[in-house]
Design a protein around this ligand. Structure first.
Ligand code: NDP
Length: 458
C-alpha cells in the first residue's frame, strides 16, 4: 500500500458498494465502507426484498378466493394482520443485513456506521467521529432517495416508499401518487391486503416507457382488482382532517385517505456528499457522471449503481460494482453491458420484460413483426377469475432477430430472466419456433406463436 490509510473507501453499503468492497478485498486491497443507515441498502432494507415479501403476502388474497373453484372450503373469512407481516419482514431483512455484514467482515472489509463526506480526490471525512481517511480510490455507491413531487401544500403529510413498509397502522384507504414501478407495485399490494386504493398520475396510463400492451393489460387488471385509476390527475393540496387526509386533485376531485404514498421517481443521492466541491462532475439531475468503467472525471473517484442513474436496478449495480473491483484491483478490463437487461414489475399479475418495446422497434427498424397472444391462464379456468395473460414478441423482420419479449401474467419475471439469455444470445424468431413446447405451461405460448399479429413498415 502506498501512503494511504486504505486502498478503497466505499461510501454506501448497498448492493453495488458491498459487492465492490468484497471483490476488491479479495484482490488484497485494504477496504473501508461507510454506511449511515443499515447495511444492505435500499434493495434489502426498504426496496426489492421487503417489497417482494409484501407481494407474496398480498397474493394470498387471490389464492383464498380461487381455492373455492378447486373444491376447497375455508373455515371462515380469512383475515390479515399487518403487524404480523411487518414484524416477519423486519426479522428477515435483519437476517439478510447480518449476512451482508458478516460477508464484509469475512472478506476483511472494515465497516463504519457513519455518514461520509468527500473532501478531495483522496480524502473522506467520517462525520460520526470526525475522522479524516485517506484513500487511493473512492467509490460512491450511495444509491438514490425518493423524490416527492409535485411540491404542493400539505406534501409533508405524505409518505414515500421509505416509510410505507413500517406504517404503525394498516391504511384502510390509500392514495398512491405516480404511475411508475413503485406506484403500481404498492397499489397492487395494498389493494389485495384490503385497502381501498386510489392511484393518480399525470400521464394517460401507468408505466410510461413499457410496451403498450403491457400498460393497457396491467391497467385493466388493476381496475379489476378494485384500484381506482385516475389518469391525468395529481394532487394540488393535501389537508389533514379528523379521520385522515383529504387530497384535492388537479381535476377538481377530492380523495380521502389514511395515507398518501408519493412514488414519483427517485433522485441520485449526492446532496451534501461534497462531490461538487471535490470537483466531481454531476449530471443536471445530480447523478454522478461516469464513463463505461464507472470512473468519474477524477481518476481516483468512481461511482456505481443508482447514484449514476444508468439503469437503476440492483443486479446492474452489483455488476457495475464487481466490474469496478475487477478492473481497478484485479487488472481486468470488463465492460458492463447495459443492453437487454431483463426486468419485472411485481404487480399482480406481474410484468416481465426484456429487450425493446414495439414502439422502440418501430422507431428504429425498417420492418417490425409483432406476435401476440392473450389468453386466460389455466388456473383461472376453474377459479373463474377474469384474468388475462398477454405475451408479445417483437421481431426485426429483416433479420428475424427477437428484439423484445413482454409478458403480463403469472411468473412473468421468472420467464423474463430466462428469455434474457435467448435475447442476449441474439435468438431469432425461428429459434423460438424450433424449440419444443413444454405442456401444459403458460410459457409454451412463447414457442408456439406461429402467426404474425401485425407488420409495421417504415
Ligand atoms: P419511475 O421512474 O418508475 O416512475 C416515476 C413516476 O412518477 C412516473 O409515473 C412519472 O410520471 C411520475 N413523475 C415523475 N416526476 C413527476 C412530477 N414532477 N410530477 C408528477 N409525476 C411525476 O420511478 P419509481 O419511483 O416508481 O421507481 C424508481 C426506480 O426504482 C425505477 O425507475 C426502477 O429503476 C426502480 N424500481 C424497480 C423495481 C423493479 O425492478 N421491480 C421496483 C421499484 C423500483 P411520467 O410517467 O409521466 O413521467
Amino acid at each position: 500500500m502506498s501512503g494511504f490509510d486504505v486502498d478503497l473507501f466505499v461510501i454506501g453499503a448497498g448492493s453495488g458498494g458491498v459487492r465492490a468492497a468484497r471483490i476488491a478485498a479479495g484482490y488484497g486491497a485494504k477496504v473501508m465502507v461507510a454506511e449511515e443507515f443499515r447495511v444492505g441498502g435500499t434493495c434489502v432494507i426498504r426496496g426489492c426484498v421487503p417489497k417482494k415479501l409484501y407481494v407474496y403476502a398480498s397474493r394470498f388474497a387471490d389464492d383464498f378466493e380461487d381455492a373455492a373453484g378447486f373444491g376447497w372450503t375455508l373455515p371462515g373469512k380469512p383475515t390479515f394482520d399487518w403487524r404480523t407481516l411487518v414484524e416477519a419482514k423486519e426479522k428477515e431483512i435483519t437476517r439478510l443485513s447480518g449476512i451482508y455484514n458478516a460477508n464484509l467482515a469475512k472478506a476483511g472489509v472494515e465497516i463504519v456506521m457513519s455518514r461520509a463526506v468527500v473532501e478531495d480526490e483522496h480524502h473522506v471525512r467520517l462525520l460520526a467521529d470526525d475522522r479524516r481517511i485517506s484513500a487511493k480510490y473512492i467509490l460512491v455507491a450511495t444509491g438514490g432517495s425518493p423524490a416527492l413531487e409535485p411540491d404542493v401544500p400539505g406534501l409533508e403529510h405524505a409518505i414515500s416508499s421509505n416509510e410505507v413498509f413500517d406504517l404503525a397502522e394498516f391504511p384502510k384507504r390509500l392514495l398512491v401518487v405516480g404511475g411508475g414501478y413503485i406506484a403500481v407495485e404498492f397499489a397492487s399490494v395494498f389493494a389485495r391486503l384490503g385497502s381501498k386504493v386510489t392511484q393518480c398520475f399525470r400521464a394517460d396510463n401507468v408505466l410510461r416507457g413499457f410496451d403498450v400492451d403491457m400498460r393497457i393489460g396491467l391497467a385493466d387488471a388493476m381496475k379489476h382488482a378494485g384500484i381506482d385509476l385516475k389518469s391525468g390527475a395529481l394532487p394540488s393540496k393535501i389537508e389533514k382532517i379528523a379521520d385522515g387526509l383529504r387530497v384535492t386533485l388537479t381535476n377538481g376531485e377530492t380523495v380521502e385517505a389514511d395515507q398518501v404514498l408519493v412514488a414519483t421517481g427517485r433522485h441520485a443521492h449526492t446532496r451534501g456528499l461534497g462531490l461538487e466541491q471535490a470537483g466531481v462532475d454531476l449530471k443536471p439531475n445530480g447523478a454522478v457522471k461516469v464513463d463505461y468503467a464507472s470512473r468519474s472525471n477524477l481518476s481516483s473517484i468512481y461511482a456505481v449503481g443508482d447514484v449514476t442513474d444508468r439503469i437503476n436496478l440492483t443486479p446492474v449495480a452489483i455488476r457495475e460494482g464487481h466490474a469496478f473491483a475487477d478492473n481497478v484491483f484485479g487488472g481486468k478490463d470488463i465492460h458492463v453491458d447495459h443492453r437487454d437487461v431483463p426486468s419485472a414489475v411485481f404487480t399482480t399479475p406481474e410484468i416481465g420484460t426484456v429487450g425493446i418495446t414495439e414502439e422502440e422497434a418501430r422507431a428504429t427498424c425498417d420492418v417490425v413483426d409483432i406476435y401476440r397472444a392473450a389468453f386466460r391462464p389455466m388456473k383461472a379456468t376453474l377459479s373463474g377469475r377474469a384474468e388475462r395473460t398477454i405475451m408479445k414478441i417483437v421481431v426485426d423482420a429483416k433479420t428475424d432477430r427477437v428484439l423484445g419479449v413482454h409478458i403480463l401474467g403469472h411468473e412473468a419475471g421468472e420467464m423474463a430472466q430466462l428469455l434474457g439469455i435467448a435475447v442476449k444470445m441474439g435468438a431469432k424468431k425461428s429459434d423460438f419456433d424450433a424449440t419444443m413446447a413444454l405442456h401444459p405451461s403458460a410459457a409454451e405460448e412463447l414457442v408456439t406463436m406461429r402467426t404474425r399479429t401485425a407488420r409495421y413498415e417504415k
